[in-house]
Design a protein around this ligand. Structure first.
Ligand code: SF4
Ligand code: MG
Length: 317
């Protein structure tokens, strides 16, 4: 069953007299108990998408389209209602725990604040809840009085997970939860996320650079390029048979330690290329690619690919 449905989402920023088109016509459905990965190079609009779903965007942002959660469009809800949805129904693990955590507040106080803010809980009750949630992510509750700098990078990430999971949301958005972690720590964070999502029957949107992580925990993957989803498929299909020329180059780096950067310039989000946004870097570009913006087409293995090579049964590259 569908949990969240994004339709025609556009997120534009004004920056001086430029408009940065960070997300352009995003359509994406997240099903119950599904983990969906959002992958793509830095600056492709992945994190913006995560923040847009939480309606956590700065004031100079123009956002349009629909984000349907349980029959309601989040973009039309009042700030009060949204505050309820954020955290309680949809949790987010923000990128970069070192910056997201307040250095002068103890961990216990920061997590308790989440409970007190959303549930108007007493201090005492919030402390008890906090102890429980710390235990759940593998941190000794006795360390509640300690400050962020007293925790390692992996432990800080666990604290971020604890905050995102505080109310056992139905949907967790995790933005680069393994970035900057050593391989062992990364593995333990991936296991923790996977276990939490499974045991609590949650759905997750995992924003990541790391294909190993995507392969381990995602059911489906959406590849983003220049603010658009350009391929959507099951993780196994995309790894075995990437359809979009961009995905093919992206995944051709082995071992799958991360996404390799590809030749040619990353497109500007304020003046993206005409037609297919990938055409200046694409070795298969045809005349039509420069003029017409491609829709998503179905391939013969039923993946969705935004590329004219899949329009009307032409041969695959
Ligand atoms: Fe390349 Fe054209 Fe496909 Fe774009 S639409 S990826 S330019 S072949
Ligand atoms: Mg990002």
């Amino acid at each position: 069953m569908s949990l969240l449905k994004i339709e025609g989402l556009r997120v534009f920023f004004r920056s001086g007299n430029r408009t940065v088109k960070a997300n352009n016509s995003i359509d994406l459905e997240v099903m119950n108990n599904e983990t969906i990965g959002i992958i793509g190079e830095t600056g492709c609009g992945k994190s913006i998408l995560g923040r847009a779903i939480m309606t956590l965007l700065s004031e100079n942002t123009e956002i349009s389209g629909r984000i349907i959660y349980k029959g309601e469009d989040l973009l039309s809800l009042s700030e009060n209602k949204l505050r309820d949805v954020r955290g309680k129904n949809i949790g987010i693990i923000l990128q970069n725990p070192a910056a997201a955590l307040n250095p002068v507040l103890s961990i216990g106080d920061q997590i308790s604040e989440v409970f007190r803010y959303h549930d108007k809980m007493s201090k005492q009750d919030a402390r008890i809840k906090t102890a429980g949630i710390l235990e759940m992510v593998g941190i000794d509750p006795d360390r509640m009085g300690e400050f962020p700098h007293q925790f390692s990078g992996g432990m800080k990430q666990r604290i971020m997970i604890a905050m995102g999971m505080a109310f056992s949301p139905e949907l967790l958005i995790a933005d680069e939860p393994t970035k900057g972690l050593d391989p062992e720590t990364k593995k333990s964070i991936v296991n923790l996320l996977q276990n939490l999502v499974r045991s609590k029957n949650m759905s997750m949107i995992l924003i990541t650079h790391d294909l190993d992580v995507a392969e381990k925990i995602c059911d489906r993957v959406a590849v983003m390029y220049a603010g658009e989803i350009i391929e959507l498929a099951s993780v196994n299909d995309i790894l075995a048979e990437p359809g979009h020329p961009y995905t093919q180059v992206l995944l051709s780096s082995l071992p799958k330690k991360g996404l390799r950067s590809i030749s040619g310039e990353s497109p500007s989000l304020s003046s993206p290329p005409s037609g297919c946004r990938f055409h200046p870097r694409c070795e298969y570009a045809m005349d039509i690619c420069k003029q017409v913006h491609p829709d998503m087409f179905l391939t013969d293995i039923e993946t969705e690919v935004r590329c004219f090579l899949y329009n009307g049964g032409q041969d695959k590259p």
